[in-house]
Design a protein. Structure first.
Length: 83
């Protein structure tokens, strides 16, 4: 009897194409102090040390995700987020 997991893996491998995996985009972590007094960025995926992760965003040339997320992090509570 074939284990269900083994059968699933065999089917998945048979259906997989031969193209190499695509590289994931670079990301930046937007961190916020626990008392919400300041926000900062850290490269890559981070746990933010003594703060909390506010958002992890794509960081590539021509994209404004980091700037928008940092502005959202610094926005006072109750204010609408950036568009």
């Amino acid at each position: 009897m074939v284990e269900p997991a083994a059968a699933f893996l065999a089917i998945a491998l048979a259906l997989a194409d031969d193209e190499p995996a695509r590289k994931l985009p670079a990301v930046t972590t937007i961190c916020r102090a626990k008392d919400a007094s300041r926000c900062w960025t850290e490269p890559g995926e981070s746990r933010c040390g003594d703060g909390d992760v506010f958002r992890i965003v794509i960081d590539e040339p021509g994209r404004s995700d980091v700037a928008q997320a940092l502005a959202d992090c610094r926005r006072p509570a109750g204010a609408p987020p950036s568009q």
